[in-house]
Design a protein around this ligand. Structure first.
Ligand SMILES: NC(=O)c1ccc[n+]([C@@H]2O[C@H](COP(=O)([O-])OP(=O)(O)OC[C@H]3O[C@@H](n4cnc5c(N)ncnc54)[C@H](OP(=O)(O)O)[C@@H]3O)[C@@H](O)[C@H]2O)c1
Length: 247
């Protein structure tokens, strides 16, 4: 097995205020993978104090992801201290009530496209040039079954996730090796979003966020081995299949 590179590498995760994102920060820490965690509220240790050098453990930044001026400011602080991330996990998303497309509230449509699609495009535009210069790293786009297969009443959320799939696939064609991009469908996970999607009875067997995060973190930690991520470039991954790899 090739050795893990000696340069500092960390993972940037969006949407770490709850659900899969919050659990992922903890799980990555357990794999000694430092994290720059972006959430709307909670721990704001990263906003004002200087970051530890080199990167260790998790560092928390707060702000609404749709506020690109604030994100640019936080990103400058982060990059100055830790350099470009090795991995970017585009996890944050919103889901509004599931109704037919033509009944959706205009503001809900706007917010869904902004958070689920424009925000990942923002991070790609800001982070990829530095990652290319560093000659390493990759993007993981958290997707959904409904971004891959049409199902009724998933509305703009499904459209945004289909967009994420297109973003990941196009980026994969453009990134120079060994950089990489892939999408990841977490499957059914017991979070606030899942509760919103199925307020009455959930038809699926759901994982806890901690279980899903542990499987994902183990896989992501392995991508630190030289060129390991490129093998997944352009792929549509499923968390359930990652589980099989661990068996
Ligand atoms: N759970 C499932 O069964 C399932 C299935 C398929 C795909 N997914 C995908 O998995 C990912 C994680 O979802 P989840 O189930 O963990 O949902 P969740 O519990 O609702 O978590 C989503 C996170 O995104 C954050 N977020 C949303 N808008 C934000 C904004 N403007 N600024 C900053 N943070 C923002 C939320 O912050 P707040 O805590 O501040 O609201 C929350 O922490 C999403 O991409 C989702 O589409 C989930």
């Amino acid at each position: 097995m090739k050795a893990v590179p000696s340069f500092p590498s960390y993972c940037l995760v969006t949407g770490t205020g709850g659900g899969i994102g919050k659990a992922l920060v903890k799980a990555l820490e357990e794999f000694s993978f430092p994290v720059a965690a972006f959430s709307r509220g909670g721990d704001s240790s990263g906003d004002l104090s200087p970051l530890p050098h080199p990167a260790d453990s998790a560092w928390h930044f707060t702000g609404d992801l749709s506020d690109f001026d604030r994100m640019d400011m936080l990103l400058s602080t982060l990059i100055a201290a830790w350099g470009p991330p090795f991995l970017v996990v585009h996890n944050a998303s919103v889901l509004f009530p599931r109704i037919p497309l033509w009944e959706e509230d205009g503001e809900h449509v706007r917010q869904t496209l902004r958070i689920n699609l424009e925000v990942p495009m923002f991070w790609v535009s800001r982070l990829v040039p530095g990652m290319i210069r560093a000659k390493r790293g990759g993007h993981v786009f958290v997707s959904s079954t409904v971004g891959r297969v049409a199902r009724p009443n998933w509305g703009t959320y499904a459209v945004s996730k289909a967009g994420i799939e297109a973003l990941s696939a196009n980026l994969a064609l453009e990134l120079p090796s060994p950089l990489f991009s892939f999408s990841l469908n977490p499957g059914a996970v017991m979070t606030r979003m899942r509760q919103k999607a199925y307020p009455d009875k959930d038809p699926a067997d759901r994982k806890s966020p901690e279980e899903a995060a542990r499987i994902l973190a183990r896989f992501l930690a392995r991508l630190r081995e030289p060129d390991a991520g490129r093998a997944y470039n352009g792929r549509r991954m499923d968390l359930d299949r990652l589980e099989d790899r661990d068996a």
